[in-house]
Write a protein that binds this ligand. Structure first.
Ligand code: PEP
Ligand code: MN
Length: 338
């Protein structure tokens, strides 16, 4: 349910409404927009029916939210959410945010070399996995905390923001100590305990779409995070499983405008895991921006042949630089910036 407040509502009136909502045992979420302040109320709506909030001073109207993903929906918040990533970087506004780096952190010098290159090319967020969700238990599983230390140290030296995956609810505190953005991988999109745990932090969360998840399920997973009070969620389309096996996954381009219609949250695209082949990363990146994505997360490796994971889909730094130049031109044509 959404309580839309009058433009001239006072702070005292807002506090009075919030107190009443809390007394009913419901959770209020205030959202102060440019034009209006609204209070989203989540919980059994029967309780609210007993208390006619329409008669409270400062209230203009009370509306039900029809979408099952309440806080995530455009009904709840009509303006785009712009998320502050730190160091002056924001996502969800005019400027496109590009995140890049290796699939996995393999060593300090390896990460440093790639970080320098992607930064020079214009990436503002450094990616690198320290806890890797591998299909085989015999594949490289990541460097764990040691990798997180390299990531933080290198990003500080180069003034970059970091994103890395957290796979286990027990590791959230640890990963949050080192990383700026916490990534929830496709395989964990419906790990509800993990979603609640990252929801309890106030870090930006990069929520990847599960490889067999519908858009509705993806938004419901985001709702788990927002319902814990963390509104800093970035959605990431990374391709879904279809009958087509030429590519690793099928990039669902239409999910971008759909999510933009349904939700106020920013959405980015991971062309690397969608394609599974480096030669497709550039065209998919361009398609993603043209479809309205707020950013990209791209795998880059200086020696893809020897990469410990996802070498096939990793761009060489020089190819990434070339792509960034093309994306800069494209962004202008789209009325955005990079
Ligand atoms: C990754 O980003 O390296 C990764 C494992 O991605 P996904 O969860 O989308 O497969
Ligand atoms: Mn990868």
């Amino acid at each position: 349910m959404i309580i839309v407040l009058r433009p001239d509502v006072t702070e005292d009136q807002i506090n009075h409404i919030i107190e009443r909502v809390k007394k009913l045992g419901l959770k209020p979420h205030i959202s102060k927009g440019v034009q209006r302040t609204i209070i989203g109320v989540i919980g059994p709506e029967d309780l609210l029916r007993i208390t006619p909030l329409e008669v409270f001073p400062g209230v203009e109207k009370v509306m039900p939210v029809l979408a099952p993903y309440k806080l995530v929906s455009r009904e709840f918040k009509s303006e785009d959410s712009v998320i502050d990533l730190g160091k002056g970087i924001k996502i969800g506004a005019k400027k496109i945010v590009v995140m890049a780096g290796p699939c996995a952190i393999e060593s300090y010098p390896m990460l440093y070399g790639i970080a320098q290159k992607v930064k020079e090319a214009g990436a503002v967020v450094l990616r690198g996995g320290a806890f890797k969700p591998r299909t085989s238990p015999y594949s490289f599983q990541g460097l764990g905390e040691e990798g997180l230390k390299y990531l933080k140290d290198i990003a500080e030296k180069l003034n970059l923001i970091t994103v890395t995956e957290v796979m286990d609810p027990r590791d959230v505190e640890l990963v949050a100590q080192y990383a700026d953005i916490l990534q929830i991988g496709a395989r964990n999109m419906q790990n509800f305990n993990l979603l609640k745990e990252v929801g309890a932090t106030r870090k930006p969360i990069l929520l990847k779409r599960g490889m067999s998840s519908t858009i509705k399920e993806w938004l419901m997973s985001a709702e788990y995070i927002l319902s814990e009070g963390n509104f800093n969620v970035i959605l990431c389309e990374r391709g879904i499983r279809t009958f087509e096996d030429f590519t690793r996954n099928t990039l669902d381009i239409s999910s971008i405008p759909i999510v933009e219609q349904l939700s106020h949250l920013p959405v980015i695209v991971d062309p690397s895991h969608a394609a599974g082949k480096w030669g497709l990363v550039a065209p998919l990146s361009k398609a993603a921006l043209a479809a309205g994505a707020d950013g990209l997360i791209v795998e880059v490796h200086s020696n893809p042949e020897e990469a410990l994971s996802d070498g096939n889909q990793s761009l060489l730094p020089e190819r990434f630089e070339e792509l960034m130049q093309q994306l800069r031109e494209l962004s202008k044509a789209l009325g955005r910036e990079l």
